[in-house]
Write a protein that binds this ligand. Structure first.
Ligand code: G3P
Ligand code: CA
Length: 341
């Protein structure tokens, strides 16, 4: 059942269409699609929304990212003191909000988990990096820059799917290796009628323990939403590609393929370079490969970077500038389509 669902999903969703021959995968592997031609259109994933243009993890930022052509919007998730999933990257509030101006520190700091949702909803999200508080020519539906709940992000994805005439995917990240967070993510997604890749959803985590646990819980619940392990690439002494996970442990791609459908790889860490050999070996192991983070604001430099990684065979790109990613992706696909065989 799980395999059949994902076979269908693989036809609908780019990255899983890249999976290698299932006979090469371990018998416990999450189901993936059969070998096919390269992914039709590598995915553009709006990293923290349109974080290069507007405050990260805001409804306005997600909406702008959709307008700029993103396929998926990415909420990083933290839990409030009263147990609500909210979209915010850090486990503390001050970098991206005015919490330090409005509240006294709790337990010596500003941990998201020390504040209730009602308190967090009084905060304003600040721009970071190249972000601004508004974007030329864009008036968002939600003009207040608040920290959204996961439910609100999903509601935005659904509303924007209708407005855009295409299904906007969601790509939540469990920011804590916490079974309670896992349960709440799965409960929210189930309640919102996400069940498989066909619903355009990925769940990601840096914790292999969390991804393994999500895989086990999904199996028990009959769910097949694709799971992505975030990691850094490394080459083992025998030349085989592997990933580094928390604690500095190394996992082979075969081990990862036993509990995940893909890997989300750092693209810009010189200590752990992402190479074509890694991408090829991951595909051979049945894993989709997404890369983070495409953050160059200069159009020319960004185009070169996207092209280099697309030529390696990347299946998806987390970008702060969805418009630049879409341009590069579309040019890459067009060139591939017209190239003589
Ligand atoms: O989740 C992919 C990428 O977003 C990981 O980096 O720190 O932005 O969550 P971070
Ligand atoms: Ca993330």
């Amino acid at each position: 059942m799980r395999r059949a669902t994902l076979l269908l999903a693989g036809l609908l969703c780019g990255p899983l269409a890249h999976a290698a021959d299932p006979s090469n995968a371990p018998s416990t592997a999450p189901s993936t699609a059969p070998p096919t031609a390269p992914t039709a259109a590598p995915l553009v994933i709006a990293h923290r929304g349109a974080s290069g243009y507007l405050p990260e993890h805001t409804l306005a930022g997600y909406e702008l990212a959709v307008r700029l052509g993103a396929d998926y919007i990415e909420p990083d998730l933290q839990l409030t003191r009263d147990g609500v999933l909210v979209a915010i990257h850090d486990d503390t509030l001050p970098r991206t909000t005015n919490a330090a101006e409005l509240f006294a520190p709790r337990n010596g700091g500003y941990k998201v988990s020390d504040f209730t949702l009602a308190e967090i909803k009084t905060l304003t999200v600040k721009p970071t990096g190249t972000g601004k508080t508004s974007h030329p020519g864009f008036v968002p539906r939600a003009t207040e820059l608040r920290v959204p709940t996961f439910d609100e992000v999903i509601a935005l994805a659904k509303a924007q799917s209708v407005a855009a005439g295409r299904t906007i995917g969601i790509y939540p990240e469990a920011k804590q290796a916490d079974p309670v967070m896992e349960d709440k993510i799965l409960a929210t997604l189930t309640q919102q009628r996400y069940a498989s890749a066909a619903d355009k959803v990925f769940i990601q985590s840096f914790s292999d323990v969390t991804v393994k646990s999500l895989d086990a819980k999904q199996r028990a619940l009959g769910l097949t939403m694709p799971l992505i392990l975030l990691a850094h690439a490394v080459t083992q002494p025998d030349g085989s590609a592997a990933v580094i996970v928390p604690g500095g442990r190394t996992l082979s791609l075969r081990e990862v393929a036993a509990f995940a459908n893909g890997v989300g790889m750092a693209i810009a860490n010189p200590k752990y370079p992402l190479t074509k050999s890694f991408v090829d070996q991951a595909h051979a192991a049945g894993l989709a490969v997404h890369g983070w983070t495409f953050a160059k604001p200069d159009a020319g430099a960004a185009a070169d970077e996207y092209k280099a990684f697309l030529q390696m065979g990347l299946d998806g790109m987390f970008s702060n500038y969805s418009d630049l990613a879409v341009s590069a992706r579309d040019a890459f696909v067009a060139a591939r389509t017209t190239a003589p065989r």
